[in-house]
Design a protein around this ligand. Structure first.
Ligand SMILES: Cc1ncc(C[n+]2csc(CCOP(=O)(O)OP(=O)(O)O)c2C)c(N)n1
Ligand SMILES: [Mg+2]
Length: 833
């Protein structure tokens, strides 16, 4: 980026004035034509583009996929293929009929081009793998295979093998995929991915996804990774026609087609995303017909028309003809190279097999299936090769019989328990647990200089923070005014800007992240520091905000995505619950996920803007969850989150963005430091009762502790959990051993909250030391009412005293207001509130 663009970017606000005179003028929107099945070349025409061996390879690749899927179908339905018997209890969504579209898609893709898929992607995996094997240098190919899981997968197919490296690689590919489907340790993902999630990144095969449309936004993140980090290659998102009804797909499309790539991103970063949304349109969901029943697009490619003025370069192509698909991908790849993407392809195909082998095809007629079988792409391609004099029937038959032998051989290997054992959870019952997190520490994800607009010291926010007081009282012991106080939001900012100057891959996005400075002013100062490609406003697409971060992270970039209000987590439910936590372990722990999701917990804005949902995320295996309550902890924990390589949900409470540091007496350090994720912190020492807090209730608990002390001479030990997952119970148990009593409090509604989980764990761990049961004081099990009524909803200091009095330790002369009695609890539970 040159100096001029730096200067322009520094001008605030952005210079895209919207002229009412122009925009209010009458006009019409005109759409251009969207091509439908326009490819009309014969094999004769194509002879100049393909050598004989190319034609034969296309044929062979389709046959390999067909045989692989046929074998699986027989294994599923008859437990037998060519004399080998096996029972595969897991899923197997076959793509018999769709081979030409898979092979055509992959034919011209290089190893640096990434594909993402769906539940029905065996064919795409094999096609992309075969294409990569054809393109890779033999030495590289061998080195990929021998390095993968220390050569574990390779060893199986190499034993007794005679042939060249490419042949060996084909065995490796088919075995790695099949062993994965059968949950074997030598599978591409140690058997932790399985049929619907298998992938192999060294060949550019990225995750397939059992959640329909799941790749719709993740693949956009991968394309962003390529663009932001100037990596070669394109991304292909292979999803089904019915996934066009899914939120992540629409949100992904919106995210991928934002104007700003072409208007605001600067220099070499300017231009459209290198991404093809390739809809493998087999005309059905499971049983619902997308044309004529469950969707209204008639022809899927039509969707492109409304998305952007380029109509997404949409096109329907004949996915029954591999050459038509190759032709389209070559043309579309050029569009992406010219930075005019993304592209939408509607690849027409047909699934002859059932949705799954148990599918009785009750939703379609026999005649329809037979009509498509008559047009079978493999048979017609075979006939046209013969007709064009490219090969004789015998040669093509040999390809088929060779393939059948190959698949039989691989099936034998993959089903032999001695050759292909599963993960041994008997001898190592924690083996999967050890793969839930990558637990690495990395200053940066790439060793190049980060692109920034100004030196850090010149940043106006950095300069203003320099003058702030980093402890809540000054040296004379006077309270520091809000204007001079170093606040919690400053702690988050310092950690983040520091990392932006350290890690060139770090990018941040979310709603109003740029010019606005983040909805709660955490990012004020970042806009001046960073070009658009490192900090940008996203569409209001919470699903895609997280989904794109997942794609970006799994490709190797570090990212901070923001959910403006905790309540909006619901909108990114699939991404937060099903995608972000799972890909590290489903990969067999070969990918990392350096993704931090900032989530702001609201207040004052009522039922849909004020909920603390940290418990929901803590319930999901595979996420780290932190909730700092002080500036010192906020900075130290953000530093750790950004140093790590695991997904971290970082909660922030809007109640305390402006608090100063009250505990770390030397104030918040200016330099870098980390607070380990998982360590609770004793904020006040005491010997009579332990109060464990999550988030902003730290301050509520301190007030209650003061009351206990002033009125009854009791000393409460206040422990701030700081982290929900992971969590070291040791200091809490030590405290309980001392006090014999514990109360837990947070702003989450109490039923099913993480506090309940902690109370139960503490009971088990410290039963012998407890004089009373651990008591949970959470928010009521209601909607969050308006600000004016919040004191009846969120835990108050008085409630803590009430609960201590009624459940733990009667307090002399005290009259509780809030009823914590068993009778009341019984009634509330009965009423479901
Ligand atoms: C979110 C979600 N909803 C429903 C399902 C169950 N399901 C699996 S495949 C499928 C149909 C998907 O159709 P399409 O996207 O066209 O892909 P195809 O199966 O035709 O390849 C459905 C409903 C799912 N896996 N995920
Ligand atoms: Mg479909």
């Amino acid at each position: 980026m040159n100096r001029e663009s730096h200067d322009k970017l520094k001008e605030m606000p952005k210079n895209q004035n919207i002229d009412p005179k122009l925009i209010r003028k009458p006009r019409f929107i005109e759409f251009g034509k969207i091509p439908v099945n326009q490819y009309n070349k014969s094999i004769e025409d194509e002879k100049k583009n393909y050598r004989r061996e190319d034609f034969l390879r296309i044929y062979r690749d389709m046959v390999i996929i067909r045989e692989f899927e046929t074998m699986l179908n027989l294994i599923k339905t008859k437990n037998e293929y060519n004399g080998i018997t096996y029972n595969h209890p897991g899923p197997s969504h076959l793509s018999i009929g769709q081979e030409a579209s898979a092979v055509g898609m992959a034919y011209n893709l290089g190893v640096e081009d990434f594909i993402f898929g769906s539940h029905r992607s065996h064919g795409e995996i094999l096609a992309k793998g075969l294409s990569a094997i054809n393109k890779l240098d033999e030495k590289d190919l061998y080195s990929i295979m021998s390095n993968y899981f220390d050569g574990g997968t390779l060893k199986v197919v190499e034993k007794g093998f005679s042939g060249d490296t490419r042949d060996l690689a084909i065995h490796f590919l088919i075995y790695g995929a099949l062993a994965e489907i059968f949950a074997r340790k030598n599978g591409f993902n140690k058997g932790l991915g399985g049929s619907m999630h298998a992938f192999f990144t060294p060949f550019g095969i990225y995750p397939n996804n059992a959640i329909v449309g799941g790749s719709g936004d993740i693949s956009v993140g991968a394309a962003l990774y390529k663009k932001i980090n100037r990596k070669p290659g394109i991304v292909v998102c292979n999803i089904g026609d019915a996934s066009m009804g899914c939120g992540p797909v629409w949100e992904g499309i919106c995210f991928a087609t934002m104007d700003q790539y072409k208007t605001l991103w600067e220099g070499e970063y300017r231009g459209g995303l290198p991404l093809i949304f390739n809809f493998m349109n087999n005309l059905y969901g499971m049983g619902g017909q997308t044309m004529g029943e469950t969707m209204g697009y008639d022809i899927l490619a039509r969707i492109g028309a409304g998305v952007n003025p380029e109509m997404m370069h949409a096109e329907r192509i004949d996915g029954y003809n591999p050459l038509a698909v190759i032709d389209a991908f070559s043309r579309k790849k050029k569009i992406l190279e010219e930075k005019k993407g993304p592209v939408l392809l509607d690849t027409l195909t047909y699934r002859i097999s059932g949705h799954s082998p148990s599918d009785a095809s009750s939703y379609r007629s026999k005649e329809e299936i037979e009509a498509w079988q008559k047009e079978d792409s493999i048979i017609s391609f075979c006939e046209s090769l013969i007709k064009a004099g490219i090969a004789k029937q015998e040669i093509l038959d040999n390809i088929k019989s060779d393939t059948s032998r190959l698949i039989t051989h691989i099936l034998k290997l993959a089903t032999d328990d001695n050759i292909s054992p599963g993960l041994d959870l008997n001898s190592d019952p924690d083996a999967i647990g050890e793969m839930m997190f990558s637990n690495k520490s990395a200053d940066r994800m790439e060793e190049i200089d980060p692109v920034v607009l100004i030196p850090l010291e010149e940043n106006p926010r950095v300069k203003s923070i320099k003058n702030k007081v980093r402890f809540y009282k000054d040296s004379e012991g006077n309270m520091v005014s809000k204007a001079r106080l170093y606040q919690l939001r400053d702690g988050i900012f310092e950690a983040i800007i520091d990392r932006f100057y350290k890690d060139p891959t770090l990018a941040a996005w979310g709603e109003e992240n740029r010019d606005w400075g983040g909805a709660f002013a955490v990012y004020r100062g970042l806009t001046e520091a960073l070009p658009y490609h490192r900090l940008f406003n996203s569409p209001i697409s919470e699903g895609a905000i997280v989904g794109t971060a997942i794609g970006y992270g799994m490709c190797g970039g570090r990212v901070i995505a923001e959910i403006m209000y905790c309540d909006f987590l619901g909108r990114s439910g699939d991404e937060v619950f099903n995608q972000l936590p799972k890909w590290q372990s489903m990969s067999g722990n070969i990918i990392s996920m350096p993704v931090v999701i900032r989530v702001s917990v609201g207040s004052k804005y009522g039922a849909q803007h004020s909920q603390d949902w940290s418990s929901l995320t803590a319930h999901i295996p595979g996420l780290k969850v932190v909730f700092p309550a002080t500036p010192y902890d906020a900075k130290g924990l953000m530093n750790s989150a950004l140093q790590g390589t695991d997904p971290v949900i970082y909660f922030e409470s809007q109640r305390i963005y402006d608090v100063g540091e009250m505990f770390h007496e030397t104030g918040v350090p200016e330099g870098y430091y980390e607070i380990p994720i998982g360590e609770p912190d004793i904020k006040r020492i005491g010997g009579d009762i332990t109060i464990l807090t999550i988030g902003a209730t730290l301050y509520t608990a301190l007030k209650a502790a003061d009351m206990l002390n002033q009125n009854w001479g009791l000393n409460a030990e206040v422990i701030d959990a700081r982290t929900l997952v992971p969590f070291n119970y040791q200091p809490v148990i030590e405290s309980v051993k001392k006090t014999g009593r514990i109360l837990l409090t947070s702003d989450a509604s109490s039923r099913g909250s993480f506090l309940k989980e902690m109370a139960q764990t503490i009971t088990e761990m410290a039963f012998d030391y407890l004089d009373a049961p651990p008591v949970v004081v959470g928010s009521r099990n209601w909607i969050t009412p308006a600000y004016e009524m919040e004191e009846y909803f969120f835990p108050q200091p008085g409630w803590i005293i009430d609960a201590v009095h009624q459940k733990i330790l009667p307090l002399k002369g005290y009259k509780p207001k809030y009823d914590f009695s068993t009778n009341k609890a019984m009634k509330l539970n009965k009423d479901g509130v």
